[in-house]
Write a protein that binds this ligand. Structure first.
Ligand code: ATP
Ligand code: MG
Length: 566
């Protein structure tokens, strides 16, 4: 590709509206341009990468036995009403009316469409299992579109759907997709983990998110430094045995702690460690008051509280509710003497605490020498806190570290939710009608491109992994007006193209400094510079990733390129 007439406009300055590196670099290297909030065009260079990622996905999907198809973006409202999601999906669903006032949605996902297709055309168990996929533009009116194509309102997704006779079949189909995703993200050179996730409201039982470990994600991932263990901190179990102490229990005392509310303030004021304080937080769990206790250096986890009570709704009590229930304000709450309506639950770590400090349910007062089970009753102990950096990994191997995560893929066991709602049944080998058992599997294709850049860049620009690089070689004559340089560069361009290398040829009459800066920004794996030694047939090769720089004779160039890019 000749750069002079190629649409890949670079920007020197960091665009002020781009907060994360991948967004900045995608704009600066001319990969994308914004159309409106959360909506982007992919320019030629960006599209090349997008297609490379697409092809890796396509290849692994096909190898797994899945079949590619293409469904429409326009989906009739009736279909979504039938599944019950027309209302449930909320404002994220982009809706519109046609000229006859009929309502439609622009597809954010395709469970409804695929289920009706399979319902109408598959009748017998003999056709199952079957997994179908597409790579297609999705529409979601996100509350906060941000970070460029990481969270767009229009974005490219690969979505797949599996149909099985039973749950054992689903387990197999799910595992196939899980393995294919592992291969896809490995080929994209991403540092990722498959993370167990909370299945939330989607009604499934098993779900994993593929998270790229990063510094910008929207989720915090706890992972082991020694094993594959990784989980969203929302659900990561804490598996710690707390040492008991033989310290003697002292007499309970009420003390003045004027203005000291937070654990930090209280522990500083009393010169005790935060781990010797009890943190008390009042929640309303399905309309009932629950006082949750954790050690002062731990964080309460409300998802775990929800699971502990098998509850629907868990909310922190409001100021008013707190006053009413405990006759006190937050900052001075504690479990001693609370009335019977309040259920007190505590994290396992609290059970072994001796002579601790907690709030006295009175403004500016705390209690000292507090001993659980002696001074107050705990209805149940459980795992109620967030896992922390330095905790042992729950699988017993290594220690927990934290990273932010970018969710690039999601695999989900749907079960019969959609097949039952939409009547997708098949006849089993006994001639009995059964609902198909489904799974759904998504990859954010455009988000994956951004995640790759997030992981592979340096101060000068992008550093493309070989598997997705838009071009293999950036060929740069230092001065295109010099006959010997131009002629050698043209000859090399032709011969490398003949050998099927993808070459970006900087045939612009720009200053060398500009060309080199652009080259670093684009981040192609090899830069081949044709300069002063052109007449001797010598060119300079720079490896983008390592910065390695060396001279090569033109006759050996192909061999060198082969060594680096295969
Ligand atoms: P998120 O929690 O990030 O909103 P999701 O759970 O809504 O994701 P899914 O419905 O599982 O996402 O969609 C499958 C994949 O599509 C996600 O794993 C993600 O990679 C991608 N994706 C989802 N929403 C967006 C978006 N707004 N922009 C870009 N990619 C997206
Ligand atoms: Mg979402």
């Amino acid at each position: 590709m000749r750069q002079n007439t190629y649409l890949a406009p670079t920007l020197r300055d960091i665009p002020s509206d781009a907060d994360v590196k991948s967004h900045q670099l995608m704009l600066r290297a001319g990969l994308i341009r914004q159309s409106t909030s959360g909506v982007y065009s992919f320019l030629p260079l960006g599209l090349k990468v997008l297609q490379k990622v697409e092809n890796i996905i396509r290849d692994e999907m096909n190898r797994s036995g899945a079949q590619e198809m293409l469904m429409p973006s326009i989906q009739p409202a009736e279909l979504w009403q039938e599944s019950g999601r027309w209302d449930a999906y909320g404002p994220e669903l982009m809706r519109f009316k046609d000229r006859h006032q009929r309502e439609f949605a622009l597809g954010p996902t395709h469970e409804e469409v695929i289920t009706t297709i399979v319902r109408d055309d598959i009748r017998s168990y003999k056709k199952l299992p079957m997994t179908l996929y597409q790579i297609q533009t999705k529409f979601r009116d996100e509350r906060r579109p941000r970070f460029g194509v990481l969270r767009g309102r229009e974005f490219l997704m690969k979505d797949a759907y599996s149909f099985d006779q039973d749950f054992e079949g689903l387990d197999e189909s799910y595992q196939k997709m899980f393995d294919a995703y592992t291969k896809v993200f490995t080929r994209c050179d991403l540092n990722f983990r498959a993370v167990e996730a909370d299945s939330g409201a989607m009604g499934g039982k098993d779900t994993h998110e593929f998270m790229v470990l990063s510094n910008v994600g929207e989720d915090t991932i706890a992972y082991s430094d020694k094993s594959d263990f990784a989980a969203n901190i929302e659900i990561a179990p804490v598996n710690v045995t707390y040492e008991t102490s033989d310290e003697e229990q002292a007499e309970l005392e009420t003390i003045d702690t004027p203005g000291a509310k937070t654990i930090e303030e209280v522990s500083t004021f009393l010169s005790v460690a935060p781990s010797d304080c009890i943190k008390s937080m009042l929640f309303i769990v399905d309309e009932k008051p629950v006082l949750a206790l954790v050690r002062g250096d731990h964080e309460v986890n409300d998802v775990k509280i929800k699971h502990h009570f098998d509850a629907e709704i868990v909310e922190l009590a409001s100021e008013e509710e707190t006053k009413q229930t405990l006759q006190s304000e937050a900052g001075f709450l504690g479990p001693i003497g609370v009335n019977k309506e309040v259920t007190v639950v505590a994290d396992h770590a609290v059970k072994v605490m001796v002579n601790a400090v907690c709030g006295a349910n009175e403004k500016d007062k705390h209690m000292k020498n507090v001993n659980p089970d002696r001074d107050f009753t705990v209805s149940t102990y459980g795992d109620l806190r967030n896992i922390q950096i330095g905790d042992p990994s729950p699988d017993g191997q290594g220690m927990i570290q934290f990273k932010e995560g970018i969710e690039v893929g999601h695999v989900f066991k749907l079960g019969t939710k959609y097949s039952e709602a939409l009547g997708a049944t098949f006849l089993n080998d006994q001639g009995k009608a059964k609902p198909m058992v489904m799974g759904s599997y998504g990859i954010g294709v455009s988000r994956t491109v951004a995640a790759i850049i997030e992981e592979h860049h340096d101060d000068d620009g992008i550093v493309w992994p070989l598997s997705v690089t838009p071009f293999h070689v950036h060929l740069i004559p230092v001065n295109i007006k010099q006959d010997d340089q131009r002629e050698l560069a043209e000859a090399l361009y032709d011969s490398l193209n003949d050998k099927r290398y993808d070459v970006l040829f900087d045939d612009r009459a720009e200053r060398p400094g500009v060309k080199f800066k652009d080259a670093d920004l684009y981040g192609l794996p090899l830069r081949v510079t044709v300069g002063k030694k052109a007449s001797e047939g010598i060119v300079e090769v720079k490896v983008r990733k390592t910065g390695e720089l060396f001279e090569v004779h033109k006759d050996d160039l192909q061999q060198t390129i082969e060594k680096y890019v295969g």
